[in-house]
Structure formats: C-alpha cells, structure tokens
Write a protein of this length. Structure first.
Length: 433
C-alpha cells in the first residue's frame, strides 16, 4: 500500500473515531501511532509515544498553557464577571439596547483575562441573561449577544487557542497575543455597532434599562481596577519585553490569586477548586496536543502536507482563492468539533500551504482563529450555542441561532476587513521590543 493510501486511510479512520465520540486527542494519537508503526515498525512507533509525551509535558514553552488556565480559573472563581457586568451596566444600561452593549464590553473584559470562549459564554449566560430578561429583552437577542461576546475569548490575549497555534507553528507567542489585540477591539466595536443598528431598525425591540445613581455607577466602576491592573501588568510586560509568555502566565496566575485573596473573593475551598479546574483543563489540552504531535509525525512521514501544498498551489485560483477554500473548510469543521480541536488537527497540514503562498504566519494565526471562532456560533451547530443552551435551558436552539445571525454577518465583514488590511493584526507585533 502506498503512503498516499495509508494517509487517506488514517484520515478516514480519524474522522470515524471522532464520529464514534472517541476523544479527539486519543483518536489522533491512536491513528498517528498505528500509521507510523505500519510504515516504520511498531518499535519506533511505541518509542515515539514515550518521547513525545515526555517532551511535551516538560517543555518550558508549553508551560504557558497551564499558567494562563490557572489565571483564568482564579479570575472566574473570584466573581469578576459580575463586577465587570455591573460596571458596564452602570454606565450603559440606561440606553436603549444598553444591556446588550454592556454584555459585549463585559465579555471583552472577562475574555482579556480568561482566554476561553466557552468559559466566557457560559459565565455570562448565567450573569447577563437574567438581567436582560428582567428588563424585557427578547430571548433571541439576549442569548445571541452572549454567544457572540463569548467568541472574544479566543482573540483577546491571553488566548489559549492563539498560544497553541504559536506552539504548533513555532511562532512567537507574545507577538501572536499582541496581534489579537486590535482585531479583538475591532470585534467589540463592530458588535456594539450591530446592536446600535438593530436599535435603529427596530426601536421597540430593545428596551432601556434603569438609570442608576451617579454614586452607584462610580462605585461599580471602582471595582474593575483589579482586572484592569492585572491585564495591563501582564500584557504590558509582554509587549515591553519584560516577560516571556510563560513568565507572563506565571505572573498573571499569581497576580489573579493575590488580588482574589486581598479582596476577600478567594478562600481555601475556591483556591482548591481553581487548582483542580486548571489541572483538568490543562490535562485535556495536553492530551490533545500530544495526540496532534503523534498524528503530525504520521502525516510527515507520508509527506501529506507537502503533497497538499503542491495540489492547492497548483489549482490556479490564486493565493486568496486557496485562503478562501481553507476558511470554508474551517466553517464546515466548526459544525463538528470545538476550536482547540480544529486548530490542533488542521494547522500541521494547512500551515505549510500558507507559508508556500507567502502569507504572514502571525496574520494567518489571527485570521484562522477568527474563522474558527465564527464556527462556534454559526448554524447549524455552534459550540457556544450548545454551552448557552446548557445554562439557559428554557430557550430553544432556533431562538439562539436567530439572535446570533446578525453577529455572524458582522464577523464575516470583520474577516474581510482583516484580509484587506493585514496591518490591523501586524502593527502591534511589529513594534514589540
């Protein structure tokens, strides 16, 4: 059997295992080791399992993942999401559609120190949804804006998805984090503009909230100093070259813990829960990473990435035509798996194509993460939609998708803007010391 047929059989087996609900990391590892062993022998394949696993969990660079996971866990269990929403609500909630804008702003603030889209969506489904419904916001809009706001978690630093992309492609994690800042802020601004457009087209759809006293608003704003200080310290240290990404993760985790304790938000039980939560999540990510690396060795020995590069570049549709095909593939995969699995499974195959076409790897990281995040909310399946449905059980899937469609259209426009103006993603990384 030729290597081409072995590679195709491996890919078919991988998708078959995933359809059978085998965890993605386990499926990639199993197919990778089996395929590698079929070509070079079982001895080298089994040795590869041990060396790859040990090297991955002991690599200093990979330490950025558990550190930022721990930082996000401390922040989440400190009740920071409620404080962020309360502050944004105090400033914007009295406007028509203001609670939706407050949700987007609070999601962006929480995402900037959490780094997880799913965690952001799940948190604000329990924090913001009841408040919007209390003031008469439609179910569709309330859930749609939370689903869209949750996607900010993968773009604004520290983003776990961007960190994994950097590790897989051997790019600078700090530069990728910086590359996500302006596109993330653009996403927030465009979501706010979308809400303003909805208010203009259908003035009676979104009511205004209650106007809070000035003293209460100032008090709510005063509570957000902690996440602001933490974000500026961690990201400023990265941008200024004072920290490596792994050191920034450690500093951020310790800072989040210290702020939680000093403000009386973290006790022994919640600290233990944060440690367990970060450990579980990191173990899951490392399992997928190890599986992806094993699967990558299998693909490399079959020369599949090189052959795919030759095929796509020989189609005669131009490099932007190939980019469009890749983005369409990610939108389809968004119906089948979560963002992390998509990145880990496909980047080792797609990245050589991008390099051969002359695209900037940092810019492509931002584009592909944006496309993957769009897959989390677009019909017929979106991971963030399922997360919100699990929290807000009385709302149907069709209702959530109805509310999220305007934001899907906004994301399409944003992708076009980032493709037309790469400097939006590359300006900050280019100024790093």
């Amino acid at each position: 059997m030729s290597n081409d047929w072995i590679a195709l059989t491996g890919l078919f087996a991988l998708f078959a295992l995933m359809l059978l609900r085998v965890p993605v990391g386990m499926a990639m590892g199993l197919v990778g080791v089996t395929g590698y062993g079929f070509i070079v022998g079982p001895g080298p394949a089994l040795k590869l399992v041990g060396t790859t696993s040990l090297r991955t969990v002991t690599d200093y660079t990979f330490g950025v993942i558990p550190m930022f996971m721990l930082m996000g866990a401390f922040v989440s269990l400190s009740g920071l999401s409620k404080e962020l929403f309360r502050a944004a609500d105090g400033v914007l909630g009295h406007l028509r559609g203001g609670l939706g804008v407050a949700t987007v702003v609070a999601c962006g603030g929480f995402a900037a120190i959490c780094g997880s889209s799913v965690a952001t969506a799940a948190t604000f489904a329990s924090v913001a949804y009841p408040e919007m419904r209390r003031f008469g916001y439609p179910q569709s809009f309330s859930t749609g804006v939370i689903a869209a706001g949750g996607t900010l978690g993968a773009m604004l630093p520290p983003s776990t998805v961007l960190a994994v992309y950097a590790i897989l492609t051997q790019q600078d994690i700090g530069k990728l984090f910086m590359a996500g800042v302006l596109p993330g802020l653009l996403a927030m601004a465009m979501y706010v503009a979308t809400i303003a457009l909805i208010v203009r087209i259908r003035p009676g759809l979104l009511p205004a909230g209650a106007r809070r006293p000035v003293r209460e608003r100032l008090q709510a704003l005063g509570q957000v100093w902690a996440p602001l200080v933490l974000f500026v310290f961690v990201i400023g240290g990265l941008y200024g070259g004072f920290f490596t990404p792994t050191e920034a993760g450690g500093v951020g985790a310790f800072g989040a813990f210290l702020l939680g304790v000093l403000r009386g938000k973290l006790d022994l039980a919640s600290t233990r829960e944060a440690l367990l939560q970060a450990t579980r999540t990191s173990a899951a990510v490392f399992t997928v990473l190890i599986g992806a690396l094993l699967f990558g060795y299998f693909l490399t020995i079959t020369e599949s990435p090189q052959k795919l590069t030759g095929f796509l570049t020989g189609l005669g549709i131009g490099r932007y035509g190939v980019l469009l095909l890749i983005m369409l593939m990610y939108l389809v995969l968004g119906c089948l798996m979560d963002a992390m699995a998509m990145i880990i499974l496909t980047v080792p195959i797609i990245f050589p194509v991008i390099v051969a076409l002359g695209f900037d790897p940092i810019w492509f990281g931002v584009i592909i993460v944006m496309t993957v995040e769009l897959g989390l909310i677009h019909p017929p399946v979106g991971m963030n939609v399922f997360v919100i449905k699990s929290v807000v059980k009385e709302v149907s899937f069709s209702t959530i998708f109805k509310g999220v469609l305007p934001f899907v259209a906004t994301d399409m426009v944003r992708l076009a803007i980032l493709i037309l103006f790469p400097a939006l993603a590359l300006w900050l990384p280019g100024r790093m010391t």
